[in-house]
Design a binder for this molecule. Sequence first.
Ligand SMILES: [Zn+2]
Length: 142
Amino acid sequence: MSSSDRPSTDAGTSARMSRQRRRDTAPELALRRELHRRGLRFFVDRAPLPGMRRRADLLFPRRKVAVYVDGCFWHRCPLHATAPKNNAQWWADKLEANVRRDRDTDAALTAAGWTVVRVWEHEDVPGAADRVEHVVTGSESG
Ligand SMILES: [Zn+2]
């Protein structure tokens, strides 16, 4: 529990701008810790598909499971998405592009036989870990 300086509203916008691709965010670390505690082993920040630059936050190559921890702001969480008032159109376009890229990523991975698990940064860690664990350890249906 070292970093508690999570940006909340307008004050955090500039901080967010300066580091869009946030690595090792608190929600990500918490999920990793929890999954590790449950005995799951995975790669961090790896690209699932050759030629696709978008990296997954967690990767289970053998199970072909890619996990993304999506920030509520950048990925437009339905509960917490906010729209900056300054440069509103620019932000709208940018955030929309982010979401579109997410869906593109999902489609590409699914087409290649991967399972995509997306976790919102606001989700409680045990619940999110349950979802990931279920997908990774669950037997394949069919
Ligand atoms: Zn949220």
